[in-house]
Structure formats: C-alpha cells, structure tokens
Design a protein around this ligand. Structure first.
Ligand code: FAD
Length: 383
C-alpha cells in the first residue's frame, strides 16, 4: 500500500510554491508539491525577473508602503544567489546584480535628485564616459543611473529551487493526500480551490492583464527602465537568451499594459516609439517581433494602490491560500507561512521523505522566448 501522508502539501509550482517548498525541505519537513501544468508556473516563467528594491515605486517622487515593504528583498535574493540564505540559488547561472534607469534630459532630470535622496535601494549616477557602448551609440541623451537590483535568469532559478528535491514535485492528478497543512500557491487556481473547499468567504483577488513585447536579435545586453512622468516606466527591458543562443529584449512597463487580446502591432508600435525617444540612433531593422499575453494575479488591493503592499494570505480551515504579489516577495511570503506553521506547532516529521513515485512526474515550463512565434512586423513605424 502506498503512503499518501505528508507534513505539508503545496499546490502550485510557481516561484511562491517553489521557494516555500525548498525552504521547508531544507528545514527537514516532508513536503509534496503538486503542479497542474509545468514547474515554473504561469506568471513566474513569464516574469522579467527583476528583484525590485522599491525604487521603481518612488518614481513619482513619493515613497509608498509597497516601496518600503519591498526594500529588504534584494538582500534576501542576493543571499540566496550567493548560497548563504535559507534557500540555495547558487547553482543558478547568469547572475546579474544591477540594472539601469534611463532618465531623459528635461524636466524629469529633477528626478535624479529625488532618487539621490531616497533611502531605498542603492543607486549611483554613471558618468557618460563610463556608459556601456550600446547605450552611448544608441543616441540616449539624459542621465544613466545604476540600481542594485538583481535581474534573475528565471529558468535557472526555477531549476535551482526544484532540482535538489525533484522527486517530491509531482503532477497533480487529484490523488487523495493527507497533510497536516495544505498550502495553495496556485495563483489563478487558488480561488476555484477555495470555493471547492468551502473556504471562499472573504477571499478577493484581482487580475491585471499584460501584452508583453519580445524583440529577437537584440543588439546588446540591456536591463533597464525607460523612466517617464508616471510611476510606471515607459518601458522596462530585460535581456534573455533563447535555447539556440539568440539575444532577446523582453519588454514590459507601460507599453505592455493593455488587454491581452489587443492587436500585437499596438505593442510593437509603442515599443518603437519608446526606442525612438530614448535610443533614437538604434537600428531596429534586424529585429523580429513577438508578443506574449498574460495576467498578473494577486490578492485584491485594499489600500487604494494598484496592487497590494505585501503578499496576501487567506487562511481558512486547515489551508492557506497565498499570492506573493511580486516575484520579489517570494522570500517574504515564505517567512510569513513558516511563522504560521511554527505557530500551529507543526514540526518536521522524523520519517524519511515519502516516496511519491506513484504520482506522475512534472516537467519544467518553457520560457516565452522559446515558445512564441516570431514575425518581421513591417507594420509598426518607428517614431
Ligand atoms: C509578464 C510579467 C512580468 C513580471 N515581472 C516581474 C518582475 O520583474 N519582478 C517581480 O517581482 N514580479 C514580476 N511579475 C509578477 C510575478 O511574476 C508574480 O507575482 C509571481 O510570479 C507569481 O508567482 P506564483 O507562484 O504565485 O504564480 P505562478 O507563477 O502563476 O504559479 C502558479 C502555479 O500554480 C499552478 N496551478 C494552478 N492551479 C493549480 C492546481 N489546481 N493544482 C496545482 N497547481 C496549480 C499553475 O499551473 C502555476 O504553475 C511579473 C508578472 C508578469 C506576468
């Protein structure tokens, strides 16, 4: 007869579930992580992987509660990337520990002063003589700042979290599992599960759609926000590599804030416009284009902001329903859950890790840049 008992059962192997699972495993708990689709999640594998220091949320000149809560997170991630925290991400390759703010000359220049004064994050102005050659030759005219915010290679991070304990990550086939506590980190899957379990009273979530832009054959490595007049950057660009080695610019920010079923050429045109303003000498003629529609899902903001200031946990019966709000917050969410586990008196079991091989294996998710269809997009105009 198979053993179907465990200390902790987690549903959903995005960053929230994986970080928590890895933490619990390293603390000696017997844990089973069940995933409906692929290890790496829906949003997590599609995220830009920026570990915010809160600075992005001070761009309008005020320090919001979200900015304050997020300020401690880069240190947690740096510890993990260096292998010195409760989670070991040291095997994750392609470590990037800073990114840039491009602030155009003109009225926004005053922002530099604000950024200089804010206590959040570490920023420094880069003298023009030390700009990366790609930025210099792009025709950018303004202030270039460096921020101490890591940018993650998400597929590598997911693998570092999952691989050491892969036998305890399985495909969810609705097998009956007994656990002392069940934790849902299933994003859009949390609410249906709560309804099914009779736990939905008081639970409210929100979805924010994006149509992300992807640019293949990018001319150089760039991790940067194009800073505009509002709190949301005009564009946020991170650089990734496809499995066959092509350089990709993955573009979010205001250009991507639109309905998922918008015409992709709208995103390409918005991106071209942003580059025409911030990097006017850049030749985009070799670029191939793609778009990627996705929803961000989180607990409903109760403070009037466009997203909650911290992770959300909905507690009901013997279950926790969790949303990190940002990938950045995965360590904070795990700490919040660990406290609840300790307060409930659930101790690591003395039994050996259960053999879950009677459940189907789960495969890793594919990054958007390895799954989208590319087009030349001659429809979008520069400028
Ligand atoms: C385009 C984009 C860019 C982003 N960029 C950033 C960024 O740069 N920095 C940042 O901090 N945040 C960013 N975010 C936000 C961040 O990605 C999310 O907050 C975070 O990834 C959510 O993690 P999660 O584990 O809760 O959800 P997900 O990654 O969506 O994972 C949920 C998992 O649960 C599984 N699941 C669903 N139902 C079930 C079920 N019944 N049983 C088992 N499993 C189930 C799903 O298949 C999925 O694998 C971005 C989001 C998007 C969409």
């Amino acid at each position: 007869m198979v053993n179907n008992k465990t200390d902790i059962l987690i549903y959903g192997a995005g960053i929230a579930g994986l970080w928590l699972f890895h933490t619990l495993k390293r603390s000696g708990y017997d844990v089973l992580l069940l995933e409906k689709n692929f290890i790496g999640g829906g949003q997590s594998i599609a995220s830009q992987g920026i570990i915010h220091s809160g600075l992005k949320y001070t761009l309008a000149g005020k320090v919001s509660p979200l900015a304050r809560a997020i300020g401690a997170m880069p240190d947690r991630w740096r510890e993990a990337l260096n292998g010195s925290g409760p989670v070991d991400l040291s095997p994750a390759k392609n470590k990037v520990f800073s990114q840039n703010l491009l602030i155009p000359s003109g009225p926004l220049g005053g922002l530099v002063e604000t950024l200089g004064k804010t206590a959040l994050g570490s920023t420094k102005k880069i003298p023009a003589a030390q700009w990366p050659s790609g930025v210099t030759s792009s025709g950018f005219d303004g202030t270039l700042m460096e921020m101490g915010e890591p940018v993650l290679d998400i597929p590598a991070v997911i693998c570092a979290l999952a691989k050491p304990y892969k036998n305890s990550i399985r495909k969810n086939n609705n097998a009956t599992i007994e656990a002392k506590l069940t934790i849902y980190t299933a994003a859009a899957g949390n609410e249906p599960a709560a309804k099914q379990n009779g736990h939905a009273a008081g639970l409210e979530t929100q979805k924010r759609p994006l149509l992300m832009g992807l640019m293949k054959n990018a001319p150089f490595v760039l991790h940067a926000h194009f800073v505009g007049p509002s709190e949301k950057p005009v564009a946020t660009i991170t650089t990734h590599k496809t499995k066959d080695g092509a350089l990709i610019w993955y573009v979010g920010g205001a250009v991507a804030e639109r309905a998922k079923d918008s015409d992709p050429s709208e995103v390409y045109t918005a991106i071209r416009k942003a580059f025409a303003k911030y990097m006017p000498s850049l030749d985009l003629s070799a670029i191939q284009w793609a778009s990627f529609p996705i929803d961000r899902i989180e607990g409903k903001s109760k403070t009037g902001g466009w997203l909650p200031d911290t992770p959300t946990i909905h507690e009901a019966g013997n279950a926790l329903y969790c949303w990190p709000t940002k990938l950045t917050f995965a360590p904070l969410l795990a700490n919040m859950v660990m406290k609840k586990i300790e307060n409930a008196g659930i101790k690591p079991s003395s039994q050996q890790t259960t053999d879950w091989s009677f459940l189907p294996e789960a495969d890793y998710a594919t990054a958007p840049w390895d799954s989208v269809k590319w087009t030349k997009d001659n429809s979008g105009k520069q400028g």
